[in-house]
Design a protein around this ligand. Structure first.
Ligand code: MN
Length: 155
């Protein structure tokens, strides 16, 4: 069996946000996570479900043209393998093996368009840490979204 993949993209749109995408079948189930994931099990992050994306969308790193607000820059902040360990209406638990994120996480539905992303208390948990501030750059290019946006605009 081939492992499924996950990607977390950092996207400078109207508001800077992270897009968490988990492969389920042949699509990427997706949530917008304004503050991004955390390895601190005490931190609960809002995750707003958005439409499924194609597998190809998870490979995009670059600058979206014509975005109304924000620079449109997208970096692949993290990626790797995901194993879905629980998939029920209103709850998804999964184990990530990425460059920055690892171990078990859960997404729990708490409202109409409102889910919470939380890290499980396992060996990869890092209480008190702030991974998105510690490691802001792309796992593919090593660039931050600001560097990518500056490069695109400087031509
Ligand atoms: Mn987005």
């Amino acid at each position: 069996m081939t492992a499924s993949r996950f990607v977390v993209q950092l996207h400078d749109a109207t508001r800077l946000h992270f897009d968490l995408r988990l492969q389920v079948g042949e699509v990427l189930r997706s949530w917008a996570v304004p503050k991004g994931p955390s390895l601190d099990p005490g931190v609960r992050r809002l995750a707003v479900p958005v439409e499924d994306h194609s597998m190809a969308a998870g490979d995009f790193e670059g600058v979206h043209e014509g975005q109304q607000r924000g620079t449109g820059a997208v970096i692949i902040w993290d990626e790797g393998a995901v194993q879905i360990v629980r998939n029920e209406p209103g709850q998804l638990s999964f184990v990530l093996s990425g460059g920055k994120l690892s171990g078990r996480f859960s997404l729990i539905r708490t409202g109409e368009r409102r889910w919470i992303l939380v890290k499980a208390r396992d060996d990869s948990a890092r209480p008190g840490s702030d991974i998105v501030t510690e490691l802001p750059a792309s796992v593919r290019s090593g660039k931050t979204w600001q560097q990518l946006a500056a490069g695109a605009g400087g031509g």
